[in-house]
Design a protein around this ligand. Sequence first.
Ligand code: COI
Length: 336
Amino acid sequence: MNNDFIKILAFEVRDDEKCFFEEAAKRLHLETVLRPDILTVENTAECQGFTGVTTLGMSRLSREVLDGLKQAGVKYISTRTVGYNHIDVAYAQSIGLHVSNAEYAPESVAEFTIMLMLLVLRKYKPAVYRQNVNDYSLGGLCGRTLKSLTVGVVGTGQIGQAVIRSLSGFSCRILAYNRSPRRELEPYASFVSLEQLYSESDVITFHLPLKETTRYMVNPHTLSLMKDGVVLINTARGELMDQKALIQGIESEKIGALALDVFEDERSIYHESRINDIIANRDMAYLRQFPNVAMTQHMAFYTESAVEEMVECGLRGIVEMHRNGCWAKELTAFTL
Ligand code: COI
């Protein structure tokens, strides 16, 4: 089918995405306009004349923004991300806007998760600090092997599954929690209740979408159910964890180590250089200074293959919604 009449305005386009946009637009016969800024209420009027818009995760598609898109005549929205907590999908659908998300190979996030796990278990952060100042001492840097530990994986969607499969190579005991246990993972992991996972795991990694039911699922109460010295990993969404509880947990040594690729309120901070900015986020600055807290700038997804797939999904999502006129599915994911 010829898609010449489909015009797509792409927001939040990074330089490394451009070649993939050009290649996919040519192949799908689309007209695309690429811009680096986020989609806001102020620039929705500029979407006039476009069939669809695509964004990444920094734009907040609130009711006001969605109303603006509707008024501008936009019909389709695609997010080039797996998560879509930045979009009021229910409202979008109630005003007749179709929304799709992306799906990319889960290994990008899964491998980064394993890396963070190893990095905090082997005290890489303080070791690197010492190297930089010619301190070659070993005191305080003794680590633990994964093989000797129980790792809990909360959420066994695509990413959780990939984490479990990779972890199985380290011969650790793996506990998993999911609303519906997955039989195909039984050779690698034991499905248990969340309470059992919390009470028996030395390391816990979270792979759940952000929803009202998962917001702050790590809080003072759930932390109290965990082992003393528990290691927590978050490569999903910052809001899964109550930051005040994390700070309290690190200070009291209830939490033995923490690795966060994501952070609540990261939207106004991450993915740009803020080197000359005054960053008004005390929790972030405070947590970052602990030797047993490793933080990265929401980059677990960031591999060459994932970037290509995200762009492809962003454009194909709009084409598919346009072709099928579908809004039967609440939100459609496309597998490459
Ligand atoms: C996702 O795909 O959900 C991510 O977290 C990636 C990021 C660019 C928002």
